[in-house]
Design a protein around this ligand. Structure first.
Ligand SMILES: Cc1cc2nc3c(=O)[nH]c(=O)nc-3n(C[C@H](O)[C@H](O)[C@H](O)COP(=O)(O)O)c2cc1C
Length: 161
């Protein structure tokens, strides 16, 4: 394992990447800087934020490096059904580790806020009580970052050559 590469919109994925890199004693690069810093084909762990179930930056990272595992940083709770959706939507064939991030509305652009408002409103209208309840997560700032969430991906990283 040569490095941790990340793409972050508002900072949660970056925090996870920085702390994981410290734990594994590896360099940590934003995906844009990594192009200069890390040769093609090197083995990396990629951490990206989730936008409409897509792990942002993953395609780009997979084209350039050997992504051995993926950390997905999203707002919603860490439940198996959510992980299954992320695996399918992102066509993952390497291990996925879900890292719960958070939401900070002041850091979002107008378009992203509008998108989230539309998602929120459709969740409120849902017949599924779990979805209805989860809509509350899109109503105010929250931060679910926890170093403990990194234990599984850190253990995986330690097993990699
Ligand atoms: C437009 C938009 C779409 C999002 N879609 C999802 C989603 O599908 N699933 C999820 O768990 N979180 C979703 N989120 C929440 C982000 O993944 C979450 O805020 C994450 O912590 C962002 O990481 P970052 O701070 O590194 O950018 C979305 C956020 C935005 C702004």
């Amino acid at each position: 394992m040569k490095a941790i590469i990340y793409e972050s919109n508002t900072g949660h994925a970056e925090r996870y990447a920085v702390v994981l890199a410290e734990k594994l004693n590896l360099p940590c690069h934003n995906i844009n800087d990594a192009k200069k810093a890390l040769p093609k084909g090197e083995s990396v762990i990629f951490i990206g934020w989730v936008f409409a179930n897509r792990i942002m930056g993953l395609d780009k990272a997979q084209k350039r490096w050997k992504v051995a595992a993926v950390g997905a940083v999203g707002l919603f709770p860490d439940v198996k059904a959510n992980e299954e959706i992320l695996i399918a939507e992102n066509k993952l064939t390497v291990p996925l580790f879900y890292l719960r991030g958070g939401i900070e509305f002041s850091k979002l652009g107008m378009l992203q806020r509008k998108l989230l408002k539309a998602v929120h409103d459709s969740m409120v209208r849902s017949d599924d009580p779990e979805k209805k309840q989860a809509a509350e997560l899109l109503e105010k700032d929250a931060d679910f970052f926890s170093e403990d969430n990194l234990s599984a991906i850190a253990a995986f990283g330690l097993t990699q050559p």
